[in-house]
Design a protein around this ligand. Structure first.
Ligand SMILES: *Cc1c(COP(=O)(O)O)cnc(C)c1O
Length: 394
């Protein structure tokens, strides 16, 4: 019999009932160190007092009015995002997938309004942009698209790191190039800064728009407010979600005036997008994460964590191969199956998240303390030992 919850997820047999900061309490009372943060969503950890206050204060006042009316919380968050980034304008969504949908529509509409036939969007191997029909067509992997055809046309797929294929793919029919500055689901694969700069040049030379998917790597995750800032170049359109709501469903599409101006009244909508509850929380998240001192701490903690992971790789060469990533978006490329190491971590009360390419992801709350980072590393050390022992016994 099919379970009452449609079983599209392989769930770990863990039930968390409470969270505080980087800690999650399981139904049996065990306390787990959360190095997954709900897949980079709980950017400020669990039950951050400022976010609880923002949410409950708003909840007692006004939940929802729809986008038929002005929403002050939404305008305040948009103003803040515009002030802190390349963007001139923002549309709020409820998820990364919805942000992908608008990014695609916006790029195509831009060229349609310009009277040019440029429908194609260039994407990359290993990409992940969500699970809608457009998003799976955009990423293109067989694993996600099998059985769901006919797929939305217009996406041109280029292998990750293949500069020649990229140059050939971007033509006068290209509306936009869409890329994650650090691939998340694809296995924590950072795009080198010089490649992002080269991509910006390629887009400028051909006129194509540059869309960055910062759903996972944005909102302070890499130690900058947005990951592309490391390269010193800006996109035309950017997708955001995950960390921006700190656990409340919220996403956004940020755009320059040039890229966004064809999206006039009636061309797009979202009933819930940017509702007062989501934006009250999102504004508080932004106020905390955009603080230069906060981002400095993310960089420091990320460097400490990375150094500790390098030590783990050196100590367990049969389990781990290398460390990848930037800031507090880190991956351990594994030699043993990453899922086995993750499961061994559960037994040590530490949570990690597997990714493609046999990588174990660490996406802890950005508020992780130095002591918590040390504790997580100690638990992962035990997990690696146990995973190796189990592999040898098998
Ligand atoms: C998670 C993710 C998405 C999809 O976001 P949802 O909120 O699950 O729809 C899109 N792009 C990237 C890079 C992601 O990590």
């Amino acid at each position: 019999m099919i379970p009452s919850v449609l079983p599209t997820y392989n769930r770990a047999p863990l039930t968390f009932v409470e969270g505080a900061g980087a800690w999650l309490t399981e139904a049996d009372g065990r306390r787990f160190l959360d190095m997954g943060a709900g897949i980079a969503v709980n950017a400020l950890g669990h039950a951050h007092p400022a976010l609880v206050a923002a949410l409950t204060e708003q909840a007692g006042r006004l939940w929802h009015v729809s986008n038929l009316y002005r929403i002050p919380e939404q305008e305040a968050l948009a103003d803040r995002l515009v002030a802190e980034t390349f963007a001139d304008t923002v549309f709020f969504t409820n998820s990364g997938t919805e942000s992908l949908e608008l990014a695609v529509k916006m790029a195509r509409k831009h060229w349609h309004a310009a009277g040019e036939d440029r429908p194609e969007i260039v994407t990359f191997g290993g990409a992940f942009h969500g699970r809608s029909t457009a998003a799976i067509a955009a990423a293109g992997s067989e694993k996600m698209t099998a059985g769901f055809g006919p797929l939305m046309p217009g996406f041109v797929h280029v292998p990750w790191g293949d500069h020649e294929a990229l140059r050939a793919a971007v033509t006068e029919r290209t509306a936009a190039v869409l890329i994650e500055p650090v691939q998340g689901e694809g296995g924590i694969r950072p795009l080198p800064d010089q490649c992002l700069r080269g991509l910006r040049e390629l887009c400028d030379a051909t006129g194509a728009l540059l869309i960055l998917d910062e759903v996972q790597c944005g909102m302070g995750r890499t130690g900058r407010l947005f990951a592309h800032e490391w390269a010193g170049v800006a996109p035309d359109i950017m997708m955001v979600a995950k960390g921006i709501g700190g656990g409340f469903p919220l996403g956004a599409v940020l755009a320059t005036e040039r890229a966004g101006s064809a999206m006039t009244a009636g061309t797009h909508g979202a009933t819930y997008g940017g509702n007062p509850l989501a934006c009250a929380v999102g504004l508080r998240v932004m106020e905390i994460v955009a603080d230069p001192g906060f981002l400095e701490t993310v960089r420091t903690r990320g460097a400490e964590l990375r150094a500790g992971l390098e030590r783990l790789v050196a100590a367990h060469p049969e389990v781990f191969e290398a460390v990848r990533g930037r800031g507090m978006m880190l991956g351990l490329k594994c030699r043993l199956p990453a899922a086995e190491v993750m499961t061994a971590g559960f037994a040590e009360d530490v949570i990690t998240v597997p990714a493609a390419d046999n990588v174990l992801r660490l996406l802890p709350p950005l508020t992780l303390t130095a002591a918590e980072a040390e504790e997580a590393l100690a638990r992962l050390d035990c997990a690696a030992r146990a995973a190796r022992a189990a592999a040898e016994a098998a």
